[in-house]
Design a binder for this molecule. Structure first.
Ligand SMILES: Cc1cc2nc3c(=O)[nH]c(=O)nc-3n(C[C@H](O)[C@H](O)[C@H](O)COP(=O)(O)O)c2cc1C
Length: 210
């Protein structure tokens, strides 16, 4: 069994999504200490943002006429696709930035799709845990309801396109305690953090038991 963990925070050690992923991984490794864990950090080591367009361009170029850059982009896309499809379980720590997925995540996603067959159910039945963090609160009834364009998009691709067995753990209000304007929500922020951490631990236990 191989677990693939992908982080995407740009906030380094302060990352709330990586903290959730650590909780999932702690349960996984406690239960499966000898299983292989592959890691990738899209925030700390971003993929080249032009690689996807270059790989797509290669598709319109006869193989013997491809540039070195096109060959490298095609190889990168295939590597990322194969890395994902050869995993038996996947943990994705993908934060909300500017109301959507970051360009780091979009580049990864585009390259994975370019590296295989678009629309193929490449994770059919495989367990995926998505850890979604956001500074504000987008829950039902809040003024920002509907403004999280990351989680619904990822949910759609991961389940409806890739066919995975998805568990989503969400933590709202991560900026409570960081942004003084949110100090009035201190109690709620602490409660949401506790609930998200418990959900991540439960998701890790369930993943390890699969
Ligand atoms: C550049 C940037 C843009 C952000 N955009 C949003 C946003 O649109 N909505 C929101 O609720 N929080 C936003 N945040 C806050 C992050 O969602 C929050 O810090 C979250 O914890 C990020 O996950 P991470 O801690 O794993 O990086 C933004 C943070 C940064 C640094």
């Amino acid at each position: 069994m191989t677990l693939l963990r992908i982080d995407a925070s740009i906030l380094g050690a302060a990352s709330a999504s990586s903290e959730l992923a650590d909780l999932v991984l702690a349960e996984w490794t406690a239960e499966r200490p000898d299983e292989k864990v592959v890691t990738r950090h899209l925030g700390a080591e971003p993929l080249p943002s032009d690689a996807w367009a270059t790989a797509i361009g290669a598709g319109y170029t006869p193989e013997d006429q491809r540039s070195d850059a096109q060959k490298a982009a095609v190889a990168l896309a295939k590597d990322l696709h194969d890395e994902l499809t050869s995993a038996d379980a996947v943990v994705l720590a993908f934060p909300l930035y500017n109301w959507g997925i970051s360009q780091h995540v979009k580049t990864w996603l585009d390259l994975v799709i370019a590296g295989g067959q678009a629309g193929a159910p490449i994770l059919q039945g495989k367990p995926v845990v998505l850890l979604s963090t956001r500074g504000g609160n987008y829950s039902k009834g809040t003024p920002k309801e509907g403004w999280d364009h990351s989680t619904p998009f990822l949910r759609r691709v991961i389940t409806e396109v890739w066919g995975a067995d998805l568990t989503v753990v969400e933590r709202e209000f991560t900026l409570v305690g960081v942004n003084p304007a949110l100090d009035q929500f201190a109690e709620l922020g602490a409660q949401l953090k506790k609930e998200a951490h418990e959900a991540a631990t439960a998701a890790g236990k369930a993943l390890a038991a699969k």
